[in-house]
Design a binder for this molecule. Structure first.
Ligand code: NAP
Length: 282
């Protein structure tokens, strides 16, 4: 068996961001207002600070304004909800991103639900989950949306295929499964209580690893010719798939880094410009 072809998320993200920057410039020209993403960060978790800064930098390069709200880690749920409602009502803000995690003392779901659906460019509200699940227009969760874009780019049609999603988090596993179901895949979810993970993975035409456990999925369990998407990102730039063994059996595989990761921000920027276009009626 020959080695799998790599699904190059860095290259696709670059093209997507270039296209988004063109749309942002045209929108600014037409309406006199640049698209604006508000980022909200609670506390000073170093990884979250880095992620938010990265998102702001990418916004700037794409001609999207960003407005940052930094809140102390002692912020209450009510205070955070108040901030998100204000941003939701502010006509100068077109998209809102609440950086996850917000701290255990905060009701994250209550905070997400304070984001107006038309500004939910990170796809975290119940409203977005519903439209995603029904395949209706709306904003998708960014990592799952980026994964589906990668599959499209490499000509992978999920229809009729058996897709196994390992992980069921609200931001990643669950929505990516729903997006694949909306595209007529037969979807199986695996999680920490799954009895025989290897057996489930062996059945998959498409494997999506979204776990956060380094190299949990081994090449010996990959069906020859399967498509392998590794959303995992663990310390040391290691994915949830054992790349060296999986690449020998898969037909297509995402590298870590350079696969799913870059597509997440690209999808966020794309959806921010889309939100601005809708709100500005342009
Ligand atoms: P999470 O909220 O911790 O969810 C992990 C999921 O994996 C849970 O559903 C859990 O099951 C399941 N799981 C844990 N151990 C398992 C095992 N041994 N066998 C099978 N399933 C198991 O994580 P997340 O936020 O979804 O993130 C997952 C990974 O994706 C992480 O590495 C994260 O860094 C990465 N990620 C990457 C991006 C990106 O842009 N590239 C974005 C988001 C996340 P239970 O539900 O039963 O607990």
């Amino acid at each position: 068996m020959t080695q799998a072809r790599l699904m190059d998320g860095t290259a696709l993200a670059r093209r997507t961001v270039e296209e988004t920057a063109r749309k942002a410039a045209a929108l600014t020209e037409r309406t006199g207002s640049a698209p604006c993403l508000a980022t909200v960060l609670v506390g000073e978790d170093p990884a979250s600070v880095t992620y938010v800064r990265m998102k702001q930098n990418r916004c700037r390069k794409a001609g999207i304004e960003s407005r940052h709200v930094a809140l102390p880690s002692a912020t209450t749920t009510a205070e955070l909800v108040g901030v998100l409602r204000e941003l939701s009502a502010d006509p100068g803000v077109h998209g809102i991103l609440l950086q996850h995690p917000v701290g255990d003392h905060i009701d994250e779901r209550a905070a997400f639900e304070a984001i107006a659906p038309e500004k939910d460019v990170d796809g975290v509200t119940f409203a977005s989950f519903a439209t995603m699940s029904f395949g209706l227009p709306g904003f998708v969760s960014c990592t799952p949306g980026g994964i589906v874009r990668l599959l499209d780019e490499y000509g992978v049609d999920p229809s009729g295929k058996r897709a196994v999603v390992v992980g069921r988090s609200a931001i990643l596993g669950k929505p990516v499964g729903m997006l694949l179901l909306a595209r007529d895949a037969t979807v199986t979810y695996c999680h920490s209580r799954t009895r025989d993970l290897s057996a489930a993975v062996r059945e998959a035409d498409i494997v999506v690893a979204a776990v956060g456990r380094p190299r949990l999925i081994r090449g010996q369990d990959i069906k020859p010719g399967a498509v392998v998407v590794d959303a995992g990102y663990n310390p040391g730039n290691v994915g949830d798939v054992d790349f060296d063994s999986a690449v020998e059996r898969a037909s297509l595989i995402t590298p870590v880094p350079g696969g799913v990761g870059p597509m997440t921000i690209a999808t966020l920027l794309e959806q921010t410009v889309e939100a601005a276009a809708r709100q500005l009626g342009a």
